[in-house]
Design a protein around this ligand. Structure first.
Ligand code: NAP
Length: 244
């Protein structure tokens, strides 16, 4: 039977590269998006042209009720969800002392709450099948911490804790849960950085360059594939050595 992946935040960036990679591998792709409907539709049409059974699904990941409804809609469209990739996320640069309660809540609800909500929503279906793979996208900052991104670093560290704990809980049911922790990847998320900042970040990276969305997608694909069938509870850094 053809396999299905649900990718949150697939309208842009790393999520979109993941969608293309899974389609290339012959999977059916449930494309989740938040606001970028036209980008999600364009991706759906692109994937359908190469023979992939792709469909789009909208939800605000920070709202657990929308996450539940989104997963239910995916399961009405496809017989099962073999893999979930939680890519949707936001970033914000601000001094810790300038962070407002709203900044904090929005970051935690989106970057950690979104992972919680989608992981929880897909689990009943995966438990019924006694199989499944979940990849949650953290960040090198969730491992090392970053100045002026304390709330982002906290949320991403939370994603790592959630992943490791959930892997232990659902491993006996045949479900694997892992993290990918990207370094600096050239997507819209970095669009606010000047060319000079990006050059400095590349220079700080041992491999001497900014990562591509495809670099991250390759690792996500590996962790969802049968090649990774004995790997769970891990954090795979895709950072050119930045976080070491
Ligand atoms: P991006 O290009 O800005 O894309 C972000 C994606 O998240 C979009 O598809 C967006 O959907 C979705 N999204 C954001 N908030 C949402 C919400 N409340 N509800 C639904 N969807 C929402 O970012 P990216 O670089 O691909 O980042 C993907 C993941 O990698 C994030 O978790 C990020 O923290 C992580 N990461 C990125 C980097 C990097 O350097 N780029 C480094 C480390 C980790 P819509 O546009 O449709 O709303």
């Amino acid at each position: 039977m053809m396999k299905t992946v649900l990718i949150t935040g697939a309208s842009r960036g790393i999520g979109r590269a993941c969608a293309r990679r899974f389609a290339k591998e012959g999977w059916q792709v449930a494309i989740h998006y938040g606001k970028s409907e036209s980008a999600a539709l364009a991706l759906r049409d692109e994937l359908r042209k190469v023979g992939c059974d792709a469909e789009i699904f909208c939800a605000d990941v920070s709202d657990p009720a929308q996450a539940e409804a989104c997963v239910a809609a995916v399961l009405r469209r496809y017989p099962r969800i073999d893999a979930l990739v939680c890519c949707a996320g936001i970033a914000q640069q601000k001094l810790f002392s300038d962070l407002t309660d709203d900044d904090w809540r929005n970051m935690i609800d989106t970057d950690l709450g979104g992972v919680f909500a989608f992981d929880r929503a897909v689990l009943p279906a995966m438990l019924r099948e006694k199989s499944g793979s979940i990849v949650n996208i953290s960040s090198v900052w969730g491992v090392c911490g970053a100045a002026c991104e304390v709330h982002y670093s906290a949320a991403k560290a939370g994603v790592i804790g959630l992943t490791k704990a959930l892997a232990k809980e659902v491993g006996p049911s045949g479900i694997r849960v892992n993290c990918v922790a990207p370094g600096v990847i050239g997507t819209d998320m970095c669009a606010g950085f000047s060319a000079g900042t990006m050059a400095a970040l590349a220079a700080e990276t041992p491999l001497g360059r900014i990562g591509s969305p495809e670099d991250a997608a390759n690792a996500v694909w590996f962790l969802c594939s049968d090649e990774a069938s004995f790997i769970t509870g891990q954090v795979l850094g895709v950072d050119g050595g930045f976080g070491q």
